[in-house]
Design a protein. Structure first.
Length: 163
């Protein structure tokens, strides 16, 4: 299997095949709007706005697995992300990222790019960078701010950094 074989549920309940993102650089993130790392939504949105027309997309997957920092319903999560952080990048239905009920996409991501201390996700805002051919190229920790790897995104987009 590869990443394009997976289908996920949008935050509004529709099925979305990841094959729809074929040819794009993806940043897949497990999110939580009540987490101390939630200000990263602003950087994620900034990267999305800056590079979306060049083939970059951020995919946000809310999860309530870490100290229940995403307790609301999907509709509430979407509203909080839009109002508090200006999020316009695609958001998906709340999922589990660890354990027996972990979403198959996140099982795949963890297998393709295990963390330093094993494959489990340690906290909200773990980020997986996927190249335009669907290969998971890097896993970033929750503490790594998205702007820290902007240069890598630019490289994957195949263009010179003009910022």
């Amino acid at each position: 299997m590869n990443i394009y074989d997976y289908s996920v549920q949008t935050i509004r309940g529709e099925q979305k095949p990841l094959a729809d993102y074929r040819g794009q650089v993806m940043l897949i993130v497990n999110t939580a709007s009540k987490c101390g790392f939630a200000p990263q939504f602003t950087e994620l949105q900034g990267l999305y706005e800056k590079y979306k027309d060049q083939g970059f997309v951020v995919l946000g997957f809310p999860s309530n697995q870490f100290r229940e920092q995403e307790p609301g319903k999907d509709s509430e999560v979407e509203q909080v992300c839009q109002i508090n952080f200006g999020v316009t990048f695609p958001l998906f239905a709340k999922i589990d990222v660890n354990g027996d009920a972990a979403d198959p996409l996140f099982k795949y991501l963890k297998k393709e790019s295990p963390g330093l201390l094993g494959s489990s996700i340690k906290w909200n805002f773990t980020k997986f960078l996927v190249d335009s051919e669907g290969k998971v190229v890097k896993r970033y920790s929750p503490t790594t701010k998205p702007m820290k790897f902007e240069k890598r995104i630019v490289e994957l987009l195949g263009r010179a950094d003009r910022s």
